[in-house]
Design a protein around this ligand. Structure first.
Ligand SMILES: Cc1ncc(COP(=O)(O)O)c(C=O)c1O
Length: 425
């Protein structure tokens, strides 16, 4: 084996000198920021629905074609406030194949997330499973548009109306996505957006609820502002969920970059597809003609039999190459230690969710990447595949081998593996 074929996890030289991160947030031009900062210094209006927050809200409404946008300090608080403003009770149908915040935010305010299985192709909630899960305790349907995709809206919308349930989307990852030509954010009765730094459009931290329902919007404005109506009276228990002026300014300075960001991410994603398509055991995302994605993430599906190792083993092996990937969403939310306790061992049966969690791997994707970086990542993947047996042997006992091992946290931090391989030499 030549030294260039030796994976770093087995003692070879890492392919990247510095970490090639999964995401790398874009930044506004400093000159654009300086004008706004000068305004902040002179007005001293730093928060409480200042001009930048109001301007960004109106801009997002225009961008998405919705009547109302309420900005929040983050997407998690936006979910909590939306559920409160809708007066949800009992169970909310959610997927487990999502970021923990979707379920945790509901749990935090006393609701019960009822986990529903996903569809393998879309990786979003399966409409048939939604229909089967509705009971008299169900108060809303809350699908998540993961990876910048969009759910099977037409069918899910029909189910929600037939059952008289609000359809709210967690579109945290889908700002800039379109379903049948309509912007993500404009399809549900209300939708939650996240503007966390890792998102395609961001405000460092931030979030929003967008809706066409004026009454709901007015309730949201109260809930996010301590329950105040006017200056004197609190009419309900609220929270401080407001976005302040600085992140709103960042958003105003970044929002014009969204189209060019999506174009660059699309081109990188297409390049990934063309260079990875012939690797045995790697399946590429299936295109959905109804959805124009925002290319928030680039993911592949690893068939461990054919590829030679699982998504989690490849994640560890690539980490040693300084290639930071993520097995989103591993573990799926219902398999985390918290829900294992809540379900007292009687976990819901979600076979497609388990399948996705043990097969999907997100590769680095950000707009500072060059074509050469993608070629190096492909080299990393192939040299790991060529040495799969040895890598699996090295990882034995160090990576979670099943869900119980994962919850018991007996495995090695992936960042330590390269160090381990060096110590062995
Ligand atoms: C699917 C999903 N839901 C909710 C959130 C929570 O958003 P935030 O980080 O802005 O609180 C995130 C992400 O960060 C997310 O990816």
């Amino acid at each position: 084996m030549t030294s260039s074929d030796q994976p770093a996890i087995l003692g070879g030289q890492p392919l990247f000198e510095k970490a090639q991160h999964l995401v790398r947030p874009i930044l506004p031009f400093l000159s654009d920021m300086m004008h706004g900062i000068a305004d902040l210094y002179s007005s001293r209006m730093l928060t409480n629905q200042g001009v930048f927050v109001q301007r960004l809200e109106r801009r997002i409404e225009k961008e998405l074609g919705v009547k109302h946008c309420a900005l929040f300090c983050n997407g998690t608080t936006a979910i909590m406030c939306l559920a409160k403003a809708l007066g949800l009770k009992g169970d909310v149908l959610v997927p487990s194949f999502t970021f923990a915040a979707t379920a945790q935010a509901l749990q935090w305010i006393g609701l019960s997330p009822r986990f529903v299985d996903i569809d393998r192709e879309t990786l979003t909630m399966d409409p048939d499973e939604i229909e089967a899960a509705i009971t008299e305790r169900t108060s809303a349907i809350f699908p998540v548009n993961v990876f910048g995709k969009f759910s099977e809206h037409d069918r899910i919308y029909g189910i929600s109306k037939k059952n008289g349930l609000p359809l709210i989307y967690d579109s945290a990852q889908s700002f800039g996505t379109r379903y049948k030509g309509r912007a993500a954010g404009s399809l549900g009765d209300a939708e939650v957006l996240s503007f966390h730094a890792t998102k395609v459009f961001h405000t460092f931290e931030g979030g929003a609820v967008v809706t066409n329902d004026k009454q709901l919007y007015e309730r949201l404005c109260k809930v996010r502002n301590f329950g105040f109506e006017g200056y004197l009276n609190c009419v309900e228990p609220g929270i401080n969920g407001k976005m302040c002026e600085f992140p709103a300014l960042i958003g105003l300075c970044l929002i014009d970059q969204l189209p060019s960001q999506i174009i660059k991410r699309k081109s990188l994603s297409e390049n990934y597809i063309s260079i990875l398509k012939d690797i045995s055991g790697i399946h590429l995302p299936i295109e959905n003609k109804d959805v124009e994605v925002n290319y928030a993430y680039f993911y592949v599906v690893i068939d461990s039999e054919k590829f030679g190792m699982s998504n989690i083993e490849l994640y560890y092996a690539l980490m040693a190459e300084n290639i930071v990937t993520r097995c989103y969403f591993y573990p799926p939310v219902h398999r985390t230690a918290y829900y294992k306790r809540i379900f007292a061992g009687k976990l819901p049966d979600l076979p497609q969710t388990d399948w996705a969690a043990t097969h999907v791997l997100c590769l680095p994707l950000h707009t500072e990447m060059e074509i050469n970086d993608l070629a190096t990542i492909k080299h990393g993947i192939t040299r790991c595949q060529q040495n799969a047996e040895q890598i699996k042997e090295t990882l034995k006992g160090k990576v979670p081998s099943d869900w119980d091992a994962l919850v018991n946290s007996t495995f090695v931090d992936p960042h330590d593996l390269y160090i381990l391989s060096k110590q062995k030499k």
